[in-house]
Design a protein around this ligand. Structure first.
Ligand code: EPU
Length: 347
């Protein structure tokens, strides 16, 4: 039975820590809970908002909506010839899932360690870090299709993953409610160490015990995970200590011509060539160059160790954060002629 609440405080359900209320909220711990919550007469006609860990949303006002707090548990793994398939309930904590799979001898998610949020939210923005994106480790997901009124399975192709983007941020946004995710972890395991900062950390960091199954590999998945934890802990704020939603802006993609022109004027420009010949710029660098790192504007600000992260010091609201984000985007556009766009879902 889904617990149903009226005027429910969401402060503990969003990592920015904004104090807004939901007209109705339901704790969803099973697919049966989900159907029941959706059918509840009290919430008929209200818009629906689905929250996992709330680590990638900006809540700007009270939500006159039914908010589904996705807490469906579950973990199951099976071995196929070329991969391990790990299925997790949408409510499973992402980092705990990464660690559990590694401990169970199924490496492959280590580069995505310590990303806040739940398994069910991971496909929405196609989480990615340190050279790996979810789509490269994704098999399929199960979701309630509100249009069809049925549970469906969506494959990787159907999810239309792109950089920090998917079907669920586009046309599928109000259509699907993800209840379980199946990850595909290729065998044999190959470490991904192409990200310079990670390679450095592995080479220089303290030795970690090898607890992974990949015993013949020169570096274990557990070692990589620990290196990622060390790097992220150094430059990303812990939401338990300071409100934030990870990177607030996507890294903008520009043409080769635009990148060359920028590079000529700004020799320090950080850019990465994309397979299609375009370039991804480091938005954190652009913001940093505008002198905005560490800026504080009342209750909100730019994190002092990573300019791409906006923080909430407490007592503020989502509108203040959006005003700051707009000011940052305008400053970057005026200086570099590049538009940067927010990454989290704004509600
Ligand atoms: N940089 C600066 N100043 C800053 C921040 C960054 O000069 O204040 C420079 C760095 O020195 C580096 C470059 O910008 O040369 C890129 O920085 P970093 O390696 O920290 O990565 P990022 O592009 O800022 C992206 C993801 C992160 C992910 C890291 C590692 C996006 C929007 N962000 O950040 O993802 O952890 O790469 O792969 O793609 C997230 O999405 O919430 C997130 C944290």
């Amino acid at each position: 039975m889904a617990d149903f609440h009226e005027f429910y405080p969401l402060r503990r359900h969003n990592t920015l820590g904004f104090d807004v209320r939901a007209r109705f909220a339901a704790h969803v711990r099973s697919e049966a809970d989900l159907r029941q919550a959706l059918a509840d007469p009290r919430a008929q006609g209200l818009p629906l908002v689905v929250l996992g860990g709330g680590s990638n949303v900006v809540l700007t006002r009270d939500l006159d909506a039914l908010v589904l707090l996705m807490e469906i548990p579950g973990y199951a793994a099976r071995a196929a010839d070329d991969a391990f398939l790990v299925t997790a309930g949408a409510g499973e904590n992402w980092h705990a899932l990464v660690c559990r799979a590694i401990a169970d001898g199924m490496p492959g998610l280590e580069n995505l360690a310590l990303i806040p949020g739940t398994a069910g939210a991971a496909p929405i923005q196609n989480i990615g870090a340190y050279g790996v994106e979810l789509r490269e480790r994704f098999d399929s997901l199960r979701a309630w299709d509100r249009q069809a009124g049925a549970f469906v399975t969506l494959t990787r192709e159907q999810c239309r993953f792109a950089y920090r983007d998917s079907l669920f941020k586009a046309e599928g946004r109000d259509r699907y409610i993800i209840t379980a995710v199946t990850l595909r972890l290729p065998r044999p395991w190959q470490p991904v160490l192409g990200y310079a900062e990670l390679a450095r950390e592995i080479a220089q960091g303290p030795d970690a015990p090898d607890t992974s199954d990949a015993s013949n590999a020169p570096v274990s998945a557990a070692r990589i995970r620990d290196a990622i934890i060390a790097i992220r802990s150094r430059k990303l704020p812990d939401p338990a200590e300071i409100g934030n939603a990870g990177s607030f802006f996507k890294n903008p993609v520009v043409s080769a011509a635009q990148r060359d022109a920028l590079l000529a004027r700004h020799p320090g420009l950080v850019s990465h060539a994309q397979p299609d010949g375009s370039y991804k710029l480091a938005a954190g660098w652009l913001i940093d160059q505008c002198g905005l790192k560490g800026l504080r504007d009342g209750a909100v600000g730019v994190y002092g160790k990573q300019a791409l992260v906006l923080v909430h010091h407490g007592g503020g609201n989502g509108q203040e954060l959006l005003a700051l984000a707009q000011r940052i985007a305008e400053t970057v556009a005026a200086r570099f002629g590049v538009r940067i766009e927010p990454e989290p879902v704004i509600l």
